[in-house]
Write a protein that binds this ligand. Sequence first.
Ligand code: AMP
Length: 442
Amino acid sequence: MQFSELGLHEAVQKAVAEQGYTEPTPIQAAAIPPVLEGGDVIGIAQTGTGKTAAFTLPILTRLAKGKAAPGAVRALVLAPTRELALQIEENVRAYGRHLPLSVAVVFGGVGERPQIAALRKGCDLLVATPGRLLDLGSQGHGDFRDLEVLVLDEADRMLDMGFLPSIRRIVRALPRDRQTLMFSATLSKEIEQLTSEFQRQPKLVQVGRRSNPAETVEQAFLECPHNLKQGLLAHLLRQPGWDSVIVFSRTKHGADRICRKLEKDGVEAVAIHANRSQNQRQRALEAFKSGRVRVLVATDIASRGIDVDGITHVVNFDFPDQLEDYVHRIGRTGRAQATGKSVTFITSEDVPELRRLERLVGKPIPKPAKAEGFDYAEATRQAFAAPAPDAAPRPHHRGPGHNRREREQRAQPPRPGAWHGGRGGFGSPGGQGGQRPRGRNR
Ligand code: AMP
């Protein structure tokens, strides 16, 4: 299959060729034709499969036929995190560089003014995180009355983060006669429910098996008590080929601690997590992307959607709180056609989780092995000589409050009640819930 066979605008094909893509990925080959036809599509694809281009390329082709009226938005992409929103915007700009289309992005954690100005001006395509869009919408900004296309990207993650009420309020204020595309890593019951609520006879496009980690990633599981984790990480980072590494920490403080200790060992590392400002996160990501810093330490939420080419290794320093995150984590490497490796540190507490992980990924996981060339006895001696243990053990009881979803909801409330319709396009007459006719399941 060639890009030229898909019916994309010539200017889009040119931009794609300039990106160095020679052929469409499976999700692109499957999703582009139905999106171009204008129908609703639900795309189930693992991260790193090229799904951003799968919706962006046909949307740009469709948008090329018209122009946004002053102050209006024609296509809206909702994404769970700022990082992902920025990346989508970057991709849209790259793929749309030969088209006279305007793009804007709206997300929290930075000043509202430039975003309000962008909404006033209007744009062909807007990328937004739900929380900030709802904030601005409730102040009356944004005219969505002519909206043609809505995309819910990483819908599963948006649900995990508690964005459903915000999304509902946003979608209710959009024209019913629109195209709705939804992308998710898995097809869960919740996603099916969302589909029936927001889409009309969507075509299902599925690539890869459910919840299966990227096939291209070679996964290793290494035995490692808490107090040896830092030593083992330093050992691995001394091995050849460890050129671009993401290390996953369960907590924000843990991420900072790992970073500090790496720096002490002479390894430059940067951290991204929710306690860091947007600027700090962007700077860290840039340093990592450009190759200036080879180790990025991240928490799950902050890392979601990060698209950095050429990541050679993913290290699960801490076992993920939510098993599904394992798939997202290792998907940071082995993106597109590249190969990658993941290493998961397994403490005695984590062993029971491996069974559940086996069920999730649908294949046997080998018994955790000792790391080759790592002197456990010597490392233990050194760890005891060190002033403090490296990592906080996971709480034994994972009751309320230990659940990542709950923590994220607390950290980033979707601001229920903040939305009141406004005077902008969101506030179109009858745009509030309860007034929509029954039976129109959108
Ligand atoms: P995504 O799944 O959208 O995050 O994309 C993952 C990576 O694949 C990104 O770095 C894209 O630039 C890259 N990519 C997207 N489409 C293609 C393609 N057709 N050929 C090669 N790489 C691609």
